[in-house]
Design a protein around this ligand. Structure first.
Ligand code: ADP
Ligand code: MN
Ligand code: MN
Ligand code: MN
Length: 337
């Protein structure tokens, strides 16, 4: 008979690219092949040369449809010469991995997000008028007046597991309606594939729950935490040796590097990296053991074991994981060779 392949790709939306998808119905026993779409409807091509090529690059079981159905992550290519179109950021991650992948980079991305009530536009758990109790009881909290949206969080984690994604945990965050899931450890390209598909599943499942998912970096102004995508990172050497941990931190602080990294870390960096709410200011660079007010945190356990990984706390929730993993791989890879 037939099965369904959901083709996924990243669009050209400004300022923050989003995931798109469409379904191909295929005879059993055939592979999802090259396909295409109308790039003039995704801000990726002019109307008179609108075709964009979808090149399947990674697939996993579709946990929502079940059965033999699959999700297919694609790269986007020009029709003329099959080269990556400008918004194909996976190609950037691929290049970085080709260059430095022999250092065995691992990434663990902490994707924070906010569930919004589609009627009020406010985070789930915020009353229609006024504000909930100040931050304090919500982070990793339990109980009906603290927690909003847990059904979705649970369904999403189950879907990621069934899809075979490297999801490593979930938790309620500091602001009501804010949550996190983690993907990793995974390689430079792999972490982006898995995170983009996990984002797709989250949006898709939220359709059924009367909730909207926002990756905005600072959804509520004022005394409310923003939403980030902390990037935990190690190379083979860093997992063996503390000197390599320090060398990686120093590499990230070299002249010009903080600016280069922030440019890849998402939209609204200045709004979120204020120096308050467990962040370092966007125009300062620092690293330190256990320091959640530093740009880079060395976890306590890592300082104790004298090996492990570092946490770059700067990326925004709306960052593109392919660009984050690529710039990290390139900066640290060049120094630790
Ligand atoms: P936090 O304490 O900052 O909330 P989390 O537990 O949310 O940290 O996330 C830590 C992430 O780091 C997880 O995804 C985990 O898989 C990942 N991780 C653990 N060890 C390593 C390592 N050696 N290199 C890269 N990532 C790692
Ligand atoms: Mn976390
Ligand atoms: Mn968090
Ligand atoms: Mn963290």
């Amino acid at each position: 008979m037939v099965y369904r392949a959901e083709y996924l790709w990243i669009d050209g939306a400004e300022p923050t690219p989003e995931i798109r998808s469409k379904t191909k119905i295929l005879p059993d026993g055939t592979e999802p092949g090259v396909w295409g779409y109308d790039g003039s409807s995704t801000n990726q091509a002019p109307g008179d040369r609108s075709d964009i090529v979808l090149q399947p690059v990674f697939q996993c079981p579709d946990p929502i449809r079940g059965g033999d159905n699959v999700l297919v992550m694609c790269e986007t290519l020009h029709t003329a010469d099959q080269s990556p179109i400008p918004s194909n950021t996976r190609a950037v991650a691929r290049e970085a991995e080709d260059k430095y992948g022999d250092q065995d980079m691992w990434f663990g991305l902490e994707q924070e997000y906010t569930l919004l009530d589609p009627v009020t536009g406010w985070p789930a758990g915020f009353p229609e008028h006024g504000y909930p109790r100040p931050q304090g009881p919500y982070y990793c909290g339990v109980g009906a007046v603290k927690i909003f949206g847990r059904d979705l969080v649970e369904r999403h984690a189950e879907a990621c597991i069934r899809a075979g994604l490297k999801i490593s945990g979930t938790n309620a965050e500091v602001m009501p309606g804010q949550w996190e899931f983690q993907i990793g450890p995974a390689g430079t390209v792999e972490v982006g594939d898995h995170l983009w598909i996990a984002r797709y599943l989250l949006y898709r499942l939220a359709e059924d729950e009367d909730l909207e998912v926002s990756l905005e970096a600072k959804p509520m102004k004022g005394d409310w935490n923003g939403a980030g995508m902390h990037t935990n990172f190690s190379t083979g050497k860093m997992r063996e040796d503390y000197d390599a941990i320090i060398a990686a931190c120093e590499a990230l602080g070299q002249p010009g590097k903080p600016e280069e990294h922030l440019a890849a870390y998402g939209v609204g960096i200045e709004d979120r990296l204020t120096g308050a709410h467990e962040t370092q200011r966007f125009d300062q660079f620092s690293y330190g053991v256990s320091d959640r007010g530093a740009s880079i945190r060395i976890p306590w356990q890592v300082a104790h074991d004298k090996k492990g990984y570092i946490e770059d706390r700067r990326p925004n929730a709306n960052a593109d994981p392919y660009l984050v993993s690529a710039v990290m791989t390139n900066t640290v890879g060049a120094v630790l060779t």
